[in-house]
Design a protein around this ligand. Structure first.
Ligand SMILES: Cc1ncc(C[n+]2csc(CCOP(=O)(O)OP(=O)(O)O)c2C)c(N)n1
Length: 556
């Protein structure tokens, strides 16, 4: 019988699912639940070596002979450190050694509770990856634990082999061996797109799934080949493609308003629109709704395609990590799945998307309508930078010219460098470059205005709502007394003096009429001076407009 510890069951079940069968066990009580779980399962071939230093080298010998990953398992304390020489040897010979160490719960490290030392990361630069498993108390812990073990196992053979370390904390009681079966576990697979046998498996998954979705995250502008291939997939392969502006891929067949769309769905509609197969490419996705939607309606298959092949499990249901440039992958894949149309699912999505209305200018003057009025006027072939916070979310409510490249510092969502980044781009570009940014982000990065050669082609639309406006829109936060003063950092500063001191042209607006008239100059391509257009809105109007819009969507 196996241990009842859930993190041990995940570890053992995943090692088995990945086909890793040789284990070198050293004696101890803290690792006895691991030892028992390996030893009771006939899949594992167990070897007992008392001295951990020797056990490490014994495992290296096994790898030399088997040309496969081998597991090393020990108790807590110095037992682990005695693997050090063999781990170093495996690192420099690039051998797939998987160290599994038992540990106490982190709360007890350094408290003179015997046989403890800081085990996570003990081998530092001598392992390709080191993971510290959680003790599993809830569903999120279970997902976390599963992902970490998958990652460690996949890493020991990714981009060259090498040792990895899985540290497994277990609290007392240790010796409950009442589990008669290993759990079903999610085994994440990885492949490079050039490996054809795996491609066959993907093709058959595609064919047997009728609800297929491709979701595109942030991407740098590209040569159009990816848009073409994804369009082909949408036409021929019977799938839908969801892409935000930040993906920089454009087609009338792609759906961009999915965040608003999903916010309006009831449970039945959500089930109908949930995919069976999800393919993600690109980086971060702004929409919180799509992440929630997929996490709550998990597809049977989720493939993430990326040039790094790194395991990224944003949706908590990754089944395949495919290492490839997305365009290369779809070039190969699209031919194999063409004419497999199942248009019903795509039709549902497209008609739901058409039914979502864009916020109209009749709504009160607010951050949302300011973004709309501006985007209506943005000239073709411009470049658009969005600040984090409301700006990047609001632009998604509107369409923009297909020729517009869109950027935002979405890697870490920082508000500190939006002006500098746009400034850097514009300096090396001929294109009219716009930045839509909130006031805290603007004032934070004010120093960018001091740039010696401030680019004339940069236009900054500063939406001044007197603080971090986004915080007024978060449900529940309005109950915090600290909201105005400390959370959103309310202020009454205007940019006028700063902008003029920097020698830039300053425009301002506080109604739709004054905004439209300022936008005429602001968006004029022939104008040869850098400008800041400061638009004043109020948190009250912003909140009521946003509430009205999203409520209306729900009841349309
Ligand atoms: C460097 C940094 N500090 C703090 C935050 C947390 N944060 C996220 S949004 C936000 C408010 C941004 O306010 P503003 O730029 O005025 O935009 P608005 O919310 O009004 O749209 C803050 C402080 C962050 N993202 N980055």
């Amino acid at each position: 019988m196996y241990s009842s510890k859930k993190n041990i069951l995940q570890t053992v079940a995943l090692l088995k699912a990945h086909g890793i069968s040789h284990v070198v066990l050293s004696p101890g009580s803290r690792n006895a639940p691991l030892t028992q779980s390996f030893a009771c399962d006939p899949f594992f071939i167990c070897h007992s070596i008392v001295d951990e230093r020797s056990a490490g080298y014994f495992a290296i010998g096994l790898i030399n002979r088997l040309q496969k990953p081998v597991i090393l398992c020990c108790t807590s304390g110095t037992a682990l450190l005695n693997y050090g020489p063999a781990v170093a040897e495996a690192y420099y010979q690039e051998l797939p050694l998987i160290v599994v160490s038992a540990d106490r719960s982190p709360a007890w490290i350094g408290e003179m509770d015997g046989q403890t030392l800081p085990q996570p990361g003990a081998f530092r630069t001598l392992v390709k990856k080191s993971v510290q498993l959680p003790e599993i108390q809830n569903e999120e812990d279970l997902w976390h634990c599963n992902r970490l073990v998958n990652e460690a196992i996949l890493t020991c053979k990714h981009h060259g082999s090498g040792p990895v370390h899985i540290n497994v904390p277990v609290s007392e009681p240790l010796f409950d061996f009442s589990t008669d079966m290993l759990p079903e576990v999610r085994c994440i697979k990885s492949m490079t797109a050039s490996y054809l046998p795996d491609m066959q498996e993907l093709i058959s998954i595609w064919k047997s799934s009728s609800k297929r979705m491709i979701l595109v995250g942030q991407m740098q502008p590209n040569d159009g080949q990816l848009s073409y291939l994804l369009e082909k997939m949408a036409f021929d392969g019977g799938c839908i493609v969801l892409a935000e502006h930040l993906s920089n891929i454009v087609s009338s067949t792609f759906i961009g308003n999915f965040d608003a769309l999903i916010s309006a769905l009831n449970e039945k509609e959500s089930e109908n629109l949930a995919p069976e197969l999800l393919i993600t490419i690109g980086g971060h996705i702004v929409s919180k709704q799509i992440k929630k939607f997929i996490r709550n309606h998990q597809p049977a298959n989720h493939w993430h395609i990326s040039p790094s092949g790194n395991i990224v499990d944003t949706m908590m249901c990754l089944t395949y990590s495919i290492e490839s440039e997305p365009a290369l992958f779809f070039e190969k894949f699209s031919d194999s799945v063409s004419h497999i149309t199942n248009t019903d699912y795509a039709r549902k999505w497209l008609s739901a998307s058409k039914a979502i209305y864009s916020p109209k200018s009749e709504l009160p003057f607010s951050d949302i309508t300011v973004a709309g009025a501006f985007l209506e006027r943005i000239p073709d072939n411009s470049v658009l930078f969005a600040g984090n916070s409301s700006a990047i979310r609001n632009i998604q409510l509107y369409s923009i010219p297909a020729s517009t490249y869109v950027f935002c510092n979405r890697g870490t969502n920082g508000i500190e460098g939006s002006v500098s980044t746009a400034c850097g781009y514009a300096t090396e570009s001929e294109a009219l470059t716009f930045l839509l940014v909130g006031d805290l982000s603007f004032f934070y990065d004010l120093n960018a205005l001091w740039n010696k050669h401030f680019p004339d082609n940069l236009r900054i639309l500063l939406v001044n709502n007197g603080g971090g406006g986004i915080f007024h829109l978060l449900p529940g936060l309005d109950k915090a007394e600290a909201l105005d003063e400390y959370v959103s950092a309310h202020h009454e500063t205007t940019a006028e003096g700063w902008v003029q001191a920097a020698g830039l042209k300053y425009l301002k607006a506080d109604t739709m009429e004054t905004l439209h008239s300022a936008l005429t100059l602001f968006t004029k391509p022939s104008n040869e001076k850098a400008m800041v257009l400061e638009v004043f809105t109020t948190p009250e109007n912003n909140k009521s407009t946003s509430d009205n819009y999203y409520n209306k969507l729900k009841h349309q």
